[in-house]
Design a protein around this ligand. Structure first.
Ligand code: ADP
Ligand code: MG
Length: 713
């Protein structure tokens, strides 16, 4: 190892004198700026290039091996293409079996190799015209020869051999060991990048510490880094990953615990002093709340009655009736003289809630308004001037527009965020920072595995509606082959004749604006030919938000009977009369997407049908996925299956987490690790609530940013 143990995680890569400027640029373009960025960029996989004991004579064509060989001859060759050839054999056996190593398009190799050297080579052996050959093998020059060779190259006026090309201390980097394979960096050869990691590890200060908190003090950090990048055994790589996973998990859960402590510390308003409006609503409802809904209302109410700020997540599957629970909470707030706001992610959802509330509250004198940034011209839904300043207790439904500082309603006692995953974490948190500390209720219809709830929403209290209203029509889900289209169409015809409506969804790859519109239009005309009598709406990705709204409104109003959608139908849209959801190439959707799509039907009294068209055969992953859909309607169960089938990293990627980069997704599915990390974090905050102890300084640095961003948001 290099005597110069001088690198620290914070050292900028720009300070590495030996790094060439072109590669530095490539690294910076890939957002790798300091040593830590490189160290925490973990191999995508490993290749076992441990030296094989085989001798050349016994190699078989097709075998991939790592060998130590001696160079007996080296020369340029010209056949159909120019290449550099080395004739290699076992050291000290000049008459033994030979292997021909050939490098095409790699002229620099000729400058690195010379007769008499010993090499490690790694590659696939092929028999070619009776000769055993290896094409473009990865190779490494053994240290013992390097001094002499360097002199020789220099004497020939060739370039100085890049240090990265030499094995050091007899240790090989690219061959003769388990070798890390990293995700590609554009502008930098895989080999150079591996050498860079190696050199950084060599020069890393033995004092390196993990950022924040050492979760495994008995396993030195530097050793873990070595083990994860250049493991001597496969087992070590796994052990190191576990350490890093635990660390990442701890840091994440520590931030969650910190946020939770902060938000729970906020004094709040008492916003549930009178339930008269709520009872009025419940009396006029044509149905009774489910047990789960009642329980959630109680949990929310207890929070609102307490003089601290509520930070609660209401989790419930599509159609479980979250809106009504939220409305109850809002009426409690209005009853106690406060304004309550419902924030929806889109205009159409805001309007749908607004209309819905108007209907539900027509017996009451609760004042209602809609606040969105568009459609100011629509007199029915117009905005009032001076609205933000008006402190009359009321219910306000709106979009993002409500979040702008000048628009924030005054006298706000309760803020409800619908489909909260559509908003950023900062937007959600901007409510906490609001001067009046309103109670905050966020809602999500995206069921996620329980481990993920603890991580993404660990700072919130959670209420779950785990039961659907009893009056729901049944939903039948079936997998069908496209070959059965005739039968399906005649079934669709029956449903249309009974006055029902149909969604047809296709996953279309949007290659270009033109082609995607063209394919959407051709999909539409296909269905117009099949159902010439019906009005068919078309929803595709190139429509403006206003156009999309118009298409959805027409379907909602039963002016169109079939909706052909080439993009996913808006979450939360409620058309109880729609009873068929036909999904083309269903296996190309993710499980949670399929679940969301199916959630568009079964919203009324009628029996509904979700038809999954797919060519997938039993045993294929696509088939397994669709079988899950056929087996259960429970979103949480589907989410757990999704986790299992796709792995936590991919699920998280689509869950829009606001978690930031997760390097070791395995902990996301590991309840034991999460519990352990949560416990450790709580213990630290219990003992040292303001993180004043010197050993907690790194943790304080970690969360200082959180605290600051809170204040400025
Ligand atoms: P989501 O949880 O997906 O937001 P909604 O709140 O939109 O669900 O409710 C879906 C539909 O169910 C609405 O039409 C609503 O009026 C109705 N609903 C809500 N609660 C009940 C209940 N307890 N019994 C019957 N219908 C209900
Ligand atoms: Mg909803």
């Amino acid at each position: 190892m290099c005597p110069m143990d001088s690198l620290y995680p914070e050292t900028p890569l720009a300070e590495l004198a030996w790094l060439n400027p072109r590669e530095l640029k490539a690294l910076q373009a890939a957002e790798l700026n300091c040593v830590r960025d490189v160290l925490l960029r973990i191999p995508r996989r490993y290749e076992d290039r441990r030296r094989s004991g085989a001798d050349i004579a016994s190699l078989a064509s097709g075998e991939t091996v790592c060998l130590r060989v001696h160079v007996y001859a080296a020369a340029w060759r010209f056949s159909y293409k120019r290449y550099f050839e080395v004739s290699a054999g076992a050291e000290g056996d000049p008459h033994g079996a030979r292997l021909s190593l050939r490098w095409f398009n790699m002229p620099y190799v000729a400058k690195l190799l010379a007769v008499g050297m010993n090499l490690y080579i790694y590659g696939k052996v092929r028999e070619f015209a009776g000769k055993l050959t290896m094409t473009n093998p990865d190779f490494e020059v053994m240290e013992d020869e390097d001094a002499g060779h360097r002199l020789m190259v220099a004497a020939m006026g060739g370039p100085r051999m890049p240090a990265a090309e030499l094995s050091s201390g007899g240790e090989t980097v690219h061959t003769g060991r388990i070798v890390p394979v990293y995700r590609n960096i554009s502008g930098m050869a895989a080999r150079s990048y591996r050498s860079l990691v190696w050199r950084i590890l060599e020069q890393l200060s033995p004092e390196v510490r993990p950022a924040g908190y050492d979760v495994a003090p008995t396993y030195p950090y530097r050793q873990a880094l070595l083990d994860v990048h250049f493991p001597a055994e496969d087992e070590l790589q796994r052990k190191a990953r576990l350490r890093f996973a635990l660390e990442e998990c701890f840091l994440c859960q520590f931030r969650v615990a910190w946020r939770r402590k902060r938000s729970q510390g906020h004094p709040g308003q008492v916003t549930a002093t009178c339930d008269a409006y709520m009872h009025e609503l419940l009396e006029h409802l044509p149905f009774r709340l489910t047990e789960a809904q009642l329980r959630c209302v109680q949990e929310i109410r207890a929070d609102m009655e307490a003089p601290r700020q509520m930070n609660r997540l209401l989790q419930g599957d599509v159609g479980s009736g979250k809106t009504l629970v939220a409305l109850c909470a809002m009426l409690l707030a209005v009853g106690s003289g406060k304004t309550a706001a419902l924030l929806a992610p889109t205009q159409i959802l805001a309007e749908q809630h607004y209309r819905n509330f108007c209907r539900l509250l027509e017996h009451t004198d609760v004042s209602l308004s809609l606040r969105t940034s568009g459609r100011a011209d629509d007199s029915d839904l117009s905005l009032e001037a001076g609205f933000a300043a008006d402190s009359t207790p009321r219910i306000i439904v709106g979009t993002h527009a409500l979040l702008y500082p000048g628009n924030r309603p005054s006298n706000l006692g309760l803020a409800v965020v619908d489909e909260q995953h559509k908003f950023g974490v900062e937007q959600r948190e901007s409510f906490y920072a609001a001067g009046e500390n309103p109670d905050v209720l966020v809602m999500t219809a995206t069921p996620i595995p329980r481990t993920l709830t603890l991580t993404l929403y660990g700072d919130l209290d959670v209420s779950v509606i785990d039961e659907l209203p009893a009056d729901r029509g049944e939903i039948i889900t079936a997998m069908r082959r496209p070959g059965n289209m005739k039968k399906i169409i005649s079934f669709m015809r029956e449903q249309l004749a009974e006055g029902r409506q149909i969604y047809i969804v296709s996953p279309l790859v949007e290659e270009s604006e033109k082609s995607s519109r063209a394919s959407a239009v051709s999909e539409l005309s296909r269905w117009q030919e099949i159902f010439p009598q019906e009005n068919i709406g078309l929803l595709h990705g190139r429509l403006s938000p206003e156009e999309k709204d118009a298409v959805m409104s027409a379907f909602h109003a039963n002016e169109t009977h079939i909706l052909v959608a080439t993009t996913v139908v808006e979450v939360g849209v409620d058309v109880p009369n729609a009873t068929i959801m036909l999904i083309n190439n269903a296996d190309s959707f993710g499980l949670s997407q399929l679940h969301q799509l199916r959630g568009r039907i079964g919203r009324g009294r009628h029996k509904s049908y979700c038809i999954l068209l797919s060519e997938a055969k039993p045993g294929e992953p696509g088939h397994d996925k669709l079988m899950v859909m056929c087996r259960t309607l429970n979103g949480f169960e589907i989410a757990e299956e999704d986790f299992r089938l796709r792995g936590p990293g991919d699920v998280l990627g689509t869950a829009q987490s606001g978690l930031g980069a997760v390097r070791f997704p395995e902990w996301l599915a590991d309840m034991r690790l999460i519990h352990r990390a949560t416990r450790d974090a709580a213990a630290i905050l219990e003992r040292d609530p303001e993180l004043c102890l010197p050993q907690h300084a790194p943790l304080r640095d970690l969360v200082r940013f959180e605290a600051e961003s809170r204040v400025t948001s």
